[in-house]
Each structure stands twice: as C-alpha cells, then as structure tokens.
Design a binder for this molecule. Structure first.
Ligand SMILES: *Cc1c(COP(=O)(O)O)cnc(C)c1O
Length: 425
C-alpha cells in the first residue's frame, strides 16, 4: 500500500510516511486506497486480534503485529442506561491518546530496526499528549524522547505525569509559554547542530497514530454484534477536537466495511459543527477558546484536511455534529451519575450531551466513545457531581514514582546544549 499527501505529490511507502510525519508539501498522508478488510475481524476476541486481521493489507504484517503488541489493554464496551460506552481509557496514562501513541512508538521501533537507525522524538506538550508519548516510547530500542512543557503552565497532576523518570526520556520545563515550546521545537528541527540526534515528531497528524485508531471501531462493531445481534444498527458518538478519532472511524467504516451513523460532538470550539451546517466555509477556522473538556480545545482541527480531501462537501451527508457548552457538560455529568452511577470525564460528557441534543433514529443504539478516565479531571468531576473519582492504579502510581526534570531557558542555544548533554539522551 502506498501513501500520498492530501496536497498531491509523489507516493511513499508506509514506513516513509511514518518516519516523515508531515509530507514535504505540508499535507497529511493518506492511504491511496482502502480495500475491504480480510474476513474474520467480527470473530476477534480482543482489539489486538482485530489489528492482526485488518491492518496487514494497509501497513504490512510486521507493522500490524507491532500495533497488536501496543494494544495490550482492555477496551470494554459497557452498557450504561440506553447507550454503550466504548471505554478507551484503560491504557497506562488513562486516556485514549494511549492507543495512538503506543502504536506509533512500536511502529517507529520496527521501522528503525529495519534500517538500523535511531531517532529522538521531540514534542511540545501542554498536557495529556506528552505523558502518553513519554510512556509509549520509554525503553524502546533506537528511540529517545525529549518533552518540552511550559514551566508552571500545566496542572500539578499533569506535571507529575510528565516528569516521571523513564528510560530514554527527558522532560524539559521551559521558562516560557506553550507557544515558546512549539517555537523551540520548530527551531530545533531546523538546527544543523542537532542533525545528529535525528529529530522526529510524534504529533497527532502522523499516519502511525491515525490508522491504528480504526481498530477500536471494528472491535466495537464486533462486540456490539455479540451484545445486540450482528448487524444491529449503531451510531458512533465521537468527542472531537483535532478530528483524528472521527477520521479513523470513517476510514474504519470503509475498510470493514460496516454501516453506522456518526455524530461528532464538539465543545465551544465548534468550527466543524458550523462547517457541517454550512455556516462557515471549509478551512475558515477560528482561534481556540478554553473549556472544561480541554483536550478538545482545537480551533483549527488538522485532520479536517484529511476529511475534506477524501469526502469533500459529501462529509455533510456522512456525519452529523452538535456543539456543547461547559454548563451543559457539567449538567450531563451530574445527570448520568444520578441515573446510572457512572462518572464520565468532561470529554465523554460532551458526547453524552450531544446525543441527547441530536436524537438518533428509533431503534439505533448509540456507541459513545469514552476518551479519558474521570480521575484525570478531578476538579471538574467534583464541581459537577460532588464526588472525587477513584484513580486507576496506573495514575495512582505516578504520585510516588521517581521524578526527573531539566529546567531550560526558552532559547534554542539553551535547549541545544541541554539536549546534547541531557541525562536520558
Ligand atoms: C485528544 C482527545 C480528544 C479529541 O480527539 P481528536 O482525535 O483530537 O478529535 C477527546 N478526548 C480526549 C480525552 C482527548 O485526549
């Protein structure tokens, strides 16, 4: 299978698309064609098994096995009231970013082993992505990680997660803002003196993060078939920010193939909702605004380019969307807890609210993607519900784990020196 940029250009192999991240013309890589998956995925008994059946035609056998190894945690489909919640947060950092980050890490390890090379992953993070990436890449052969986060600019729990001492990982607390961190990453990539580190990125636009996310949609279809009877009509409700999750769902529906409706749930960063309602033109993005579901605070969702390249304005017939504000998010968290004793994270609550605002067709069961563990957002859960969520073991262990962090000024010269002499490098 070959991959091409959303902006045209030459075709590359999966390994090239993976190691480059962004195409040279600034576009995003997509598979050139999506063939129906080999038979058998509906009988799979784990997400890893789905990956072994479905991914080889797209990314090759060795890469499919790498993804299967990455997906070594449960993704249960849990009935709550009249919905099925697909809990994507049972990985090591308790958010669905673990699926993409762990897959990407193992895919890169395999690709580098083939060429005998090594690389350093450089990421700027304002929160959850950084710890998922650090955890996913720690200890892998040929790979090191440097994380940049704004000193004093992340929550105490996030800082603890980011600074856990991990093999091959260095956390840098930058004396500046998140924008400074992003600028430093760009400057470091262009710096000839850092060439030897073979810097690479692990951001959400990498195909190595996107394609493995198809697996849990197919897994959900298989599990729902066992619960409700094969072919029972479903609607996926997807809490959306950068639209990677939704894009993976639409690609999965083509590959399966399966028939399901899609409802994208956004917070007040509602460009996509307004685009689908023809209130704004394609790419007429807005600046982001902060909300309680902060992992979805994306003003300019980068995967929109993938969706538009593949489906054009036909998207408006494929996906519905609702935007939900913070007040409605808090009310929904409380109501779901009162009705079903279920604690939802703010992102999941946005989706639960969106499905009641936009009722589905009678007889269609909603599968709501639950993207984070509520214990990652204790303040919001306490405000909404008045209950302190119990942390899963992986999160609880972070508090007592050994920490390691390097303070660095927000200047390339300082970062360069630190990168070339960092303890984990
Ligand atoms: C990243 C994230 C989302 C949004 O997913 P996209 O693929 O960016 O649309 C939703 N919920 C949580 C908890 C996240 O971390």
């Amino acid at each position: 299978m070959l991959y091409t940029s959303t902006r045209g250009g030459a075709s590359v192999t999966f390994e090239e698309a993976l190691l480059r991240g962004l195409a040279q013309d600034g576009g995003l890589y997509m598979p050139e064609s999506l063939l129906p998956a080999p038979e058998g995925w509906r009988e799979a008994t784990s997400p890893a098994e789905v990956a072994e059946v479905v991914l080889p035609p797209l990314i090759g056998e060795a890469s499919a096995s790498a993804v299967a190894r990455a997906l070594n945690f449960e993704i249960p489909l849990v009935p709550v009231g009249d919905v099925l919640l697909l809990e994507l947060f049972h990985g090591p950092t308790a958010a669905f970013k673990d699926v993409g980050a762990r897959s990407l890490a193992r895919l890169m390890e395999v690709a580098l082993a083939e060429s005998g090379e090594s690389a350093t992953v450089l990421v700027a993070t304002s929160g959850d992505t950084g710890s998922a990436v650090a955890d996913a890449f720690a200890g892998l052969t040929g790979l090191k990680v440097a994380l940049l986060y704004p000193h004093g600019g992340v929550s105490p729990v996030q800082e603890e997660q980011l600074t856990v001492a991990r093999e091959g990982v260095t956390a840098f607390a930058v004396e500046g803002t998140f924008d400074d961190c992003q600028r430093l990453v760009k400057e470091a990539f262009a710096d000839p003196q850092l060439k030897a580190l073979k810097l690479t990125s692990a951001n959400s636009i990498n195909v190595g993060r996107l394609l493995p996310q198809m697996v849990y949609y197919l897994w959900a279809i298989a599990e729902a078939g066992r619960l409700l009877g094969e072919g029972a009509p479903l609607r996926f409700v997807v809490p959306s920010g950068n639209l990677g999750n939704l894009t993976a769902g639409l690609l999965a529906a083509e590959v399966g193939p399966f028939d399901a409706a899609f409802l994208a749930a956004t917070n007040r960063n509602d460009y996509f909702t307004r685009y689908l309602r023809s209130e704004v033109e394609e790419y007429a993005f807005s600046p982001s605004v902060p909300t309680l579901s902060n992992a979805m605070d994306v003003g300019a969702p980068s995967n929109f380019e993938r969706l538009f390249a593949r489906y054009g304005a036909g998207l408006k017939g494929l996906v519905a969307s609702e935007a939900v504000d913070d007040a409605a998010t808090l009310r929904r968290m409380k109501q779901v807890y009162e009705e079903s004793s279920y604690l939802a994270c703010p992102h999941t609550a946005v989706a639960l609210e969106a499905r009641t605002q936009r009722r589905g067709v009678a007889g269609v069961t909603d599968v709501v993607l639950a993207t984070a563990h509520p214990a990652k957002f204790p303040e919001v859960v306490e405000e909404a519900v008045g209950v302190t969520p119990q942390a899963p073991k992986s999160l609880a262990a972070v508090a007592s784990a050994e920490k390691q962090v390097v303070r660095v000024a927000a200047e390339l010269s300082a970062l360069r020196e630190a990168l070339l002499s960092a303890p984990g490098q």
